[in-house]
Design a protein around this ligand. Structure first.
Ligand code: HEC
Ligand code: HEC
Ligand SMILES: [Ca+2]
Ligand SMILES: [Ca+2]
Ligand SMILES: [Ca+2]
Length: 478
């Protein structure tokens, strides 16, 4: 489905240009801004001058606010590009089956998590810890044992590989099932208002083989998939310029890049996607999802995820062809980003000041200008507002999975983009947040922040209720 209102049209009706906010055309000018209010030594972040913060995705911004808000082709995607996006859309939604039949591409399994991309990335948004059918199939468990190979890739668990597939086709045993037990952790704001956070514990059971000892487990929720082409289009140097792995400026924030294995180029590459920036590109992320999450092989990952495990799979042709893979790639690159809402609301404006004062912006970098993504002019050279630096941060013991992932250690996670956050409830009918969906709402997500972000969390805990509400109003407008 297309967005109804184009960015240019929005500019025309709001007359932003007349107000001197040249946000309607992407300008080349940039002004350095301070990272934080009281730390002049912080590395300068580049904010595109005159970029209109309402247009979260630049010219890819869409203006729908209903449950289809995350699933729109960017309005500047047209012609052959749109046809390819639509083909990718179809494959993203298609329910795979073990054997192809009308409307169902074949290749599912033998072991898998779910039958389509969309069944986890509901409405191109996020899954939730437990789906309606009671299964955990939008939350997956990554597995590893100690040590890594020469590329930095973690050692798989014998008989289980790098992921616990909890579904299987008829006649095959799933690798195992798991349940989550939550314990409530009470706390309170400085003003005395009580809150409670829920800490998850995972219990893997019914495994088809005994699970060896010493297995490291990392739970991961299906994350939103819009705006990702823009994130892929950010120049590597732009991301690296904000990294400060040894915290040389002493602000307590030490963003670090992940370096991961790029299967196609057979080289180490900057990690961008996944909760620990564990995938270098959308092409590889998508093909890995087909393989690991659905049991569907491709030219990039020709071996079944069950190879050497459940049953011997004879060599076979890739189950999803390159044309479909390329269409899905284009789809995940060209979904538009929802526009900001209510930005003139006084609470939203107050909340933005609080967001900066709490130094949320030290990691959730509001804006950046994309570089060039070859073959995708729609996402290239855009002023965008993703609220992420794309870097890894130590988030403390509370959020730690204690499982490294390439250069990321067991406490580090990639700063989650916050664009579209306020539409989560509308699109996904829930507000479970963070890498494992443990936070039941935005405030709980903030209260889980520790490690490098402890100072931000403590700042929020000390705020009076009106300012906490303002912060939530601001985040709700993203
Ligand atoms: C079983 C549920 C599930 C299925 C099915 C699934 N995904 Fe995902 N997806 C996830 C999870 C979980 C993550 C986070 C992975 C990680 O951090 O390692 C993710 C991450 C992604 C990301 C990166 C998002 C980001 O912000 O970094 C993309 C892109 C993606 N998936 C695309 C796809 C495509 C395309 C398909 C279908 C071929 C698919 N997914 C199928 C669960 C799923
Ligand atoms: C040190 C860097 C850092 C700072 C500072 C920081 N965050 Fe985060 N934020 C992260 C990382 C990393 C995650 C992902 C953590 C996870 O999923 O376990 C995250 C996750 C979130 C999420 C959940 C998003 C989602 O989709 O699941 C919200 C909401 C959020 N942050 C808001 C804030 C606010 C508001 C502040 C300021 C009070 C803040 N953050 C300060 C790094 C930071
Ligand atoms: Ca298969
Ligand atoms: Ca497995
Ligand atoms: Ca620093």
């Amino acid at each position: 489905m297309r967005a109804f209102v184009s960015a240019t049209f929005l500019c025309a009706i709001t007359g932003l240009a007349a107000l001197g906010m040249a946000g309607c055309s992407n300008t080349e000018e940039i002004t350095p801004i301070q990272t934080s209010l009281d730390d002049p030594a912080a590395p300068p972040r580049q904010q595109p001058r005159g970029a209109d913060e309402r247009l979260s995705g630049g010219a890819t911004t869409v203006f729908l606010t209903d449950e289809t808000a995350f699933g729109q082709a960017a309005p500047n995607v047209m012609g052959a590009s749109l046809a390819k996006h639509d083909a990718g859309d179809e494959a993203f939604a298609a329910e795979f089956a073990p054997r192809a039949s009308a409307g169902h591409p074949g290749g599912l399994g033998p072991i898998f998590h779910n039958v389509s991309c969309e069944s986890c990335h509901v409405g191109d948004g996020r899954g939730k810890p437990e789906m309606a059918n009671g299964e955990m199939n939008a939350l997956l468990l990554r597995l590893s044992t100690m040590g890594a190979n020469e590329h930095g890739e973690l050692n798989p668990v014998a008989g289980f590989g790098g992921q616990l597939q909890d579904q299987a086709v008829a006649g095959v045993a799933p690798e195992g099932k798991f349940t989550i037990a939550y314990s409530e952790v009470p706390g309170s704001f400085t003003d005395g208002t009580a809150y409670s956070l829920r800490a998850p514990r995972y219990n893997i059971h019914n495994t088809y083989l005994p699970l060896p000892g010493g297995v490291q487990v990392s739970p991961r929720m299906a994350s939103p998939v819009f705006g990702l082409g823009l994130l892929e289009a950010i120049d590597e140097q732009t991301i690296l310029a904000a990294a400060d792995p040894n915290d040389r400026n002493n602000d307590g924030i030490s963003g670090k890049a992940n370096y991961v294995w790029d299967v196609k180029s057979q080289k180490i590459a900057l990690g961008r996607f996944g909760w620990k920036a564990n995938q270098p590109s959308l092409a590889q992320q998508n093909a890995a999802a087909f393989n690991g999450d659905m049991g569907v092989t491709s030219s990039l990952f020709p071996n079944e995820s069950s190879a050497g495990q459940v049953q011997a799979i004879p060599a076979h042709a890739p189950e999803v062809n390159d044309e479909t893979l390329n269409a899905v790639l284009h789809y995940t690159r060209t979904l538009g980003v929802p526009a900001r809402r209510n930005i003139t609301d006084p609470a939203v404006q107050r909340g933005k000041v609080v967001f900066d004062a709490a130094k949320c912006n030290a990691c959730h970098t509001p804006s950046v200008r994309t570089g060039t993504l070859q073959g995708v002019p729609e996402v290239s050279n855009q002023n965008i507002f993703p609220y992420t630096d794309m870097l890894l941060h130590d988030m403390g013991e509370g959020l730690a999975d204690n499982r490294p992932d390439f250069q990321a250690n067991g406490r580090e996670w990639r700063t989650t983009p916050l664009w579209g956050l306020g539409l989560t409830a509308t699109v996904n009918k829930h507000t479970f947040l963070l890498h494992d969906g443990r936070a039941r709402n935005v405030m709980e997500a903030i209260l889980w922040h520790g490690g490098e972000s402890q100072q931000s969390r403590d700042y929020v805990r000390r705020l009076p209720k009106a300012d906490r509400d303002a912060l939530l109003a601001f985040l709700g407008s993203l």
